[in-house]
Design a binder for this molecule. Structure first.
Ligand SMILES: Nc1ncnc2c1ncn2[C@@H]1O[C@H](COP(=O)(O)OP(=O)(O)O)[C@@H](O)[C@H]1O
Ligand SMILES: C=C(OP(=O)(O)O)C(=O)O
Ligand SMILES: [K+]
Ligand SMILES: [Mg+2]
Length: 563
């Protein structure tokens, strides 16, 4: 255990400065080496390499309960307390879309696989989604699938197929709304928004990806806008564009673009047809669009229940934050675009505020973007990145997300390992310091019955801490009671038993929940007995373990030792 959490490993590896990747923009700092994958992951791999799935497939004794092999191994090896509470999301891209790469990420702790509709074709996305489903079916994982809409903000085209282009200081580039045949003329960038050439003015600052590269508008010629590079850097395909005038973000007619574009609606239909678990809406401005999408989903997909996540990544979304979060099933602190819309130094406090509000309103919250950005190119993170990850864990956000690190980086599995080890380390530190975070949790119940469930969860979480129980067991149909328990961020893990595979996958996004699929009845006694014998047979609990069990149908709470 200790070894998998230890960053203070042997001396840094020596890297060659002579083989820079195209993204290499600065000197290589010396870094610490990553810890190796913990033993459990290697065990799973070894069994897969043997062509056998013994360590992963459910054993016959456990028929009737679904739990993934990673959780099972973790529980067996480290006991209840050491299970990871912070959930991990990986954006899937060219670096991770092969079935064996997806499996390696699942083994490494990926709880949710994210596909970003900004990139790739439906064919490509379908392949990924189905590969994740197959992995779940064949290997017992419960990896959920999240789909992000593109949104209709302004961005560049795809550079005529080039992976990147370098803009040097003082160079003049043309940003154009014309449709070109590829290859594009030299130093020319396509812009996706037709009103661009009319909206910008000479003298505006044009920021690529929130300032990674900066230009000044020097001349407008019909559809072409000539810009001089003032901060050089690397242009990446489909990078986001914002323009600023007198130090403020310009919201001209582009502010009237719909949050969900016609292309997004096609992508949403695709997501519904493929049965994704979450749809994350880019550039949400108000609660209205969330409500609109939720009623569309409800009408289109009667059997499945897709959760809608609001991406908080614009100045408008911050203005209407509370109503947006109330309307959504969760939120993402999408720091990439957020940092292009508000001054960078305001991003950390916005993050803290969003994380806190989500927990108060009982909505899962994801901290996203640039957590381990340098690991796109290097095998070890910077100290600052480790500190950033630690801070998001310390804030008790539900989930951390990798973007480019896993989609197109050179070290996707290592980046995931860093998220996992840093999360585990901070969480262990809480236990060592007996560090409880008292947060006032306002009532969220909308009916008397819901109020009872909420009170039960608040009390159960407090009892769990006071009695130092080993685990909370919650039997839940919709997942709501599991979510209320998670909101309390108790010291022990929460085993959530549900008969629905889709509820099980969705719960995988939430802090501290270990979701199991089990066909539950309304008879709590028999549910408990079955659970105890199934989990005991798998060595995941032992006689004498102390648990608190809750049921959402009975609204009951019991404290007991495993017989
Ligand atoms: N499906 C995909 N196909 C190709 N490249 C992708 C895909 N998904 C992500 N990427 C790459 O990973 C990078 C980071 O992903 P993400 O943060 O989700 O997108 P963006 O940078 O557009 O906000 C993207 O800029 C793109 O280069
Ligand atoms: C997560 C984000 O959105 P995307 O990667 O889709 O731009 C972000 O902007 O931080
Ligand atoms: K997006
Ligand atoms: Mg974004």
């Amino acid at each position: 255990m200790a070894q998998s959490l230890n960053f203070l490993a042997p001396p840094p590896p020596i890297r060659s400065l002579l083989s820079p990747s195209p993204l290499l923009l600065r000197p290589l700092p010396s870094r610490l080496r990553l810890p190796s994958l913990p033993r459990r992951a290697i065990l799973c791999r070894a069994s897969a390499d043997n062509g056998s799935t013994a360590a992963i497939a459910p054993s016959p004794a456990a028929a009737g309960i679904d739990v993934d092999a990673v959780t099972e191994a973790e529980l067996k090896e480290n006991g209840f307390r050491s299970t990871r509470r912070t959930k991990l999301i990986c954006t899937i891209g060219p670096a991770t879309c092969a079935p064996e790469q997806l499996e390696a990420l699942a083994v490494g702790g990926m709880n949710v696989a994210r596909v970003n509709m900004c990139h790739g074709t439906h064919e490509w996305h379908r392949g990924v989604i189905r590969a994740v489903r197959r992995l779940n079916d064949e290997k017992g994982f419960a990896v959920a699938v999240m789909m992000d809409t593109e949104g209709s903000e302004i961005h560049m085209g795809d550079l005529g197929g080039a992976p990147s282009a370098k803009a040097e200081d003082g160079e003049v580039w043309t940003f154009s709304v014309r449709a070109f045949n590829s290859p594009l003329p030299d130093r020319t960038i396509n812009v996706n928004y037709d009103g661009f050439a009319e909206d910008v003015r000479v003298g505006d600052d044009l920021l690529v990806d929130g300032g990674m590269v900066r230009f000044e508008v020097i001349e407008k010629l019909g559809p072409d806008v000539k810009c001089r590079c003032t901060d050089p850097g690397l242009l990446l395909p489909r990078a986001n564009l914002t323009f600023w005038r007198d130090g403020s973000l310009v919201r001209e007619r582009n502010a009237m673009l719909p949050t969900i574009s016609s292309k997004d609606w096609l992508d949403i239909d695709f997501g519904i047809a493929e049965g994704v678990d979450f749809i994350s809406v880019s550039f949400v401005k108000s609660a209205e669009v969330i409500n609109h999408l939720k009623s569309y989903i409800a009408a289109r997909s009667r059997n499945s229940d897709i959760a809608v996540i609001a991406k908080i990544e614009s100045a408008d979304s911050l203005k209407n934050l509370e109503e947006i979060i109330r309307a959504s099933d969760g939120a993402m602190v999408a720091r990439g675009d957020l940092g292009a819309q508000i001054p960078l130094e305001l991003v950390p406090s916005a993050q803290q505020k969003i994380v806190k509000l989500c927990r108060q309103l009982n909505k899962p919250v994801i901290v996203a973007s640039q957590l381990l950005e340098s690991m796109i190119e290097y095998p070890t993170p910077t100290r600052a990145e480790v500190a950033d990850v630690s801070e998001a864990v310390r804030q008790r956000s539900d989930a951390l997300m990798l973007s480019g690190e896993s989609a197109m980086g050179q070290f996707p599995e290592k980046a995931l390992t860093v998220l996992r080890t840093v999360s585990l380390r901070i969480e262990r530190w809480w236990r060592e310091e007996k560090h409880h975070e008292a947060m006032e949790l306002p009532d969220v119940a909308s009916s008397f019955s819901a109020k009872i469930s909420e009170e039960i969860c608040n009390s159960a979480a407090k009892m769990a801490n006071d009695l130092e129980v080993d685990a909370l067991f919650v039997y839940t149909k919709t997942g709501h009671m599991a979510s209320l328990l998670s909101r309390c961020r108790p010291d022990c893990p929460i085993f959530a038993f549900t008969s629905s595979t889709s509820v099980r996958r969705r719960l995988n996004l939430q802090w501290g929940l270990i979701p199991f699929r089990l066909s539950c009845s309304d008879d709590m006694e028999s549910n408990l007995n079955r659970t105890f014998s199934l989990l005991k047979a798998r060595g995941m609990i032992r006689s004498g373990d102390l648990v608190i069990a809750l049921s959402d149908t009975l609204q009951s709470i019991q404290v007991m030792n495993v017989p």
